[in-house]
Design a protein around this ligand. Structure first.
Ligand SMILES: Nc1ncnc2c1ncn2[C@@H]1O[C@H](COP(=O)(O)OP(=O)(O)OP(=O)(O)O)[C@@H](O)[C@H]1O
Ligand SMILES: [Mg+2]
Length: 241
């Protein structure tokens, strides 16, 4: 990537943002999209200029959580593409281009789309950026982990279930090998019992989000997000980021 001019563009764009968080989990379905979306939205309500970037190109879902239709999203061109505003949140997802068509990316294509997006979106003024990533350890994640490591902080998400914990331990090893010293850790659909696990693994435990039966009452519109019963838990996590 180093010889790719888009790499330098991406480094410049991300380097201008004081705090960039990469929300990660090697396990699917643990709540990465919910957490990156709600953290960024609540952060934007606190007068902190905040951005949300959806890097899950094959299965973007942050727009569904925010309740915006792909056709409503548009970007002005101003030294790149200006993020779309949802309230005070600066937002970018390729869903506005792909609409409801499945995006099948093979081989190097996913990495190319990621390089393009990171180098083209103009986050000027944003103080905190949350990046939602696809599950597993795809090329996009590995590229972000290895090539952008000086610019991003990982937030690893896990549920309290052993299948998720074991998977996350492998991801933590990859992050450590890549040189990340600080790894933030969020327990989702839990009750705080993973704090001891996180401490033992040297992870920076920033809080937990309990399981709620009626999660639909928290997603699908910004009004629902604002009135979500989980808000206090996200605000507690935000106070540590
Ligand atoms: N704290 C919670 N309580 C109840 N349901 C939750 C909670 N967190 C997430 N969910 C639900 O779990 C499902 C998975 O969440 P989400 O899509 O955010 O996970 P993900 O890690 O982004 O998944 P993927 O790996 O497919 O990208 C969704 O239906 C979501 O609404
Ligand atoms: Mg997701």
């Amino acid at each position: 990537m180093i010889s790719d001019p888009r790499f330098h563009g991406a480094v410049k764009r991300l380097g201008e943002i004081p705090k960039v968080y990469l929300v990660l989990s090697s396990k699917g379905g643990v709540g990465k999209s919910l957490i990156s979306t709600l953290l960024s939205y609540y952060s934007s309500l606190k007068e902190v200029p905040t951005g949300l970037l959806d890097l899950d190109f094959t299965n973007p879902s942050t727009h569904i959580i925010l309740g915006v239709k792909p056709e409503e999203i548009s970007y002005k061109e101003e030294k790149g593409l200006e993020p779309f505003k949802i309230g005070k949140l600066s937002y970018f997802s390729i869903i506005s281009f792909t609409r409801d068509n499945p995006l099948v990316l093979k081989g190097d294509e996913a990495r190319n789309v990621m390089r393009e997006v990171l180098s083209i979106v103009n986050w000027t003024g944003v103080q905190k950026l949350f990046i939602d990533t696809p599950p597993g350890l795809s090329d996009e994640q590995l590229e972000a982990i290895y090539n952008l490591k000086s610019l991003v902080k990982p937030i690893v998400v896990s549920t309290p279930h052993n299948l998720s914990i074991q998977s996350v331990l492998r991801l933590v090893k990859i992050l450590r090998d890549a040189g990340f010293s600080e790894i933030l850790f969020v327990e989702n659909m839990g009750n705080g019992k993973l704090e001891a696990f996180a401490d033992a693994e040297g992870l920076n435990y920033v809080g937990y989000i309990p399981f709620v039966e009626n999660i639909e009452s928290c997603i699908g519109s910004t009004l629902k997000i604002e009135n979500c019963v989980l808000k206090q838990y996200f605000e507690a996590i935000l106070s540590k980021t």
